[in-house]
Design a protein around this ligand. Structure first.
Ligand SMILES: [Zn+2]
Length: 82
């Protein structure tokens, strides 16, 4: 667990398959895979998936974590450190 330097919310770091740690909201949420969707989600396996977060069918694709930059109110101020 960590805290976002921008908004102070708790975040977790998920290691993606490309080896980068991505800050995400700590809640695991259901997602529906949708290749053209703008929303992204990171699965527990580290895959970044385009998806919808609203139910479009009864069966969700799976569960994953929402990248924090898509929910952070001050995402525009994000800066990478060192
Ligand atoms: Zn934030």
């Amino acid at each position: 667990m960590g805290k976002c330097k921008g908004c102070g919310r708790e975040i977790i770091w998920i290691m993606t398959r490309s080896g980068k740690a991505m800050p995400c909201d700590p809640e695991l949420v259901p997602y529906w895979e949708a290749p053209k969707a703008k929303q992204k989600i990171v699965t527990r396996q580290g895959d970044l998936v385009s998806c919808e977060l609203d139910p479009r069918s009864e069966k969700e694709t799976g569960t994953g974590y929402i990248p924090h930059w898509s929910t952070c109110p001050v995402a525009g101020q994000f800066k990478r450190r060192g």
